[in-house]
Write a protein that binds this ligand. Structure first.
Ligand SMILES: [Zn+2]
Length: 413
């Protein structure tokens, strides 16, 4: 069995290193401090007995656990990220360990009256009796995704110490800058050399995900004409009113606050306007590729219509694809999802297979040639002061990794 103490100590040793990423930076990693944990992780991988441990000039870490069987087994990989979200501070994290959680309010910070309550966060109740790790209310925790790293390192260590568990070659990859959307950007898929991989970057126990949004951004610029308001008749064109027409022409209920499951949306994320120019920023999301393309077409058509109505080009719309649904790349190799599902079932975990309403590094990696579903890492309430992780979920995730390795080798016998 994997010891609770061991998991806690390892996790705490990671989250107490500040690795917040920065979207405004153009370097990789985006912040110098990510090297602190990256270097520590590379050393730790060597110390537990991993082979070919490499850390490249962008702080991407890779390592190998060699096969211990004498027949061919596909090479599988496990990937997670060591940066934390810039949405909330990750400096001076002081984890609190709550043993045998009693199902009541957890006072994170008495001085500031910050309480983690099951009245608001109902998910807490499924962990009654378990050991929770929380923040002290002033920072995020960083279970996203240091829980994933804890699980991968612990699973590799477990397999090294238990050679009776038969497995093929396993590759491990840790990346910087996932939280700013660049985790996969400089990931060398060829060097990684796995047939497929899993990101350990989901939330609650049982999550298994291989579908995510198709995603694009759109910037709509509306040009107006500024004239002295006292002499404006027939001359002034107020871009804000045209922008308003644009906004109101899109379906009001196809927005994030009115959609769930497989429903897509247009999300107006920012409006900046003056008489002379107004800029609208949208994101477009849809699981279905056809619907996704149709949504982009809606924006283009609306742009053309308003331009012809005004008799000149008052609106320009620039649409950029961001990422695509990994389902397209995973479905042809569906056994990689089946193995993960089977591993969970054998460990008495109920698989929760659902579409992600967002993207993951795995979706980018899948399009780069490494099919890569996402598995739970155990944490809840990411990117804020209420973040927490049950230790039992981290242990289960560790066991899932070992079981996937075992099942992959078994299928080939
Ligand atoms: Zn994450």
């Amino acid at each position: 069995m994997i010891s609770k103490e061991h998991i806690i100590n390892r996790f705490v040793s990671y989250v107490t290193v500040d690795t917040e990423s920065d979207p405004k930076s153009e370097t990789t990693p985006s912040t110098e401090k990510q090297w602190d944990l990256a270097n520590k992780l590379a050393e730790e991988l060597k110390a537990i007995g991993m082979e070919d441990v490499t850390i490249d000039e962008n702080a991407y870490i890779m390592a190998t656990l060699p096969s211990n069987v004498n027949y061919h087994v596909p090479v599988i990989g496990f990937v997670s990220h060591f940066d934390t979200s810039p949405d909330f501070t990750g400096a001076n994290v002081k984890p609190q360990i709550i043993e045998k959680y009693d199902g009541k309010d957890i006072v994170l910070n008495a001085a500031e009256n910050i309480v983690l309550s099951p009245d608001y966060f109902e998910d807490l109740l499924q962990y009654k009796g378990q050991t929770l790790i929380t923040t002290d209310g002033t920072t995020l925790l960083g279970a996203d995704d240091k829980a994933g790293i804890t699980e991968i390192v612990s699973a590799m260590e477990y397999l090294i110490n238990h050679p009776e568990i038969k497995h093929g070659a396993i590759r491990v990859g840790f990346t910087p800058d996932e939280e700013i959307g660049r985790g996969a950007h400089k990931f060398d898929v060829e060097k990684f050399g796995a047939d497929w991989a899993y990101t350990m970057d989901g939330s609650q126990i049982g999550e298994l995900e291989y579908e995510n949004f198709n995603a694009a951004s759109a910037v709509v610029k509306v040009k107006g004409k500024i004239v002295h308001p006292g002499y404006a008749k027939g001359k002034m064109v107020n871009s804000m009113y045209i922008a308003q027409e644009f906004i109101n022409s899109l379906p009001r209920f196809e927005t994030p606050e009115h959609t769930e499951g497989y429903q897509g949306f247009f999300h107006l994320s920012s409006v900046e306007g003056k008489v002379e120019e107004t800029t609208l920023e949208y994101i477009i999301r849809d699981h279905d590729l056809g619907h996704f393309e149709a949504r982009k077409e809606v924006l283009r058509k609306l742009t053309d219509e308003l331009n012809s109505q005004y008799g000149r080009e008052v609106i320009t719309t620039e649409i950029k694809d961001q990422y695509f649904n990994m389902r397209e790349k995973v479905e042809p190799v569906m056994h990689i999802v089946d193995i993960a599902e089977e591993a969970m079932k054998q460990l008495d975990i109920t698989p929760l297979i659902k579409p992600i309403r967002g993207g993951t590094d795995g979706s980018q990696l899948s399009y780069m040639g490494l099919p890569c579903p996402n598995i739970f890492a155990g944490g809840h309430n990411f990117h804020g002061r209420y973040e927490y992780v049950p230790v039992e979920s981290m242990i289960k995730a560790t066991e899932v990794i070992c079981k996937i390795a075992e099942l992959t080798a078994l299928k080939q016998e």
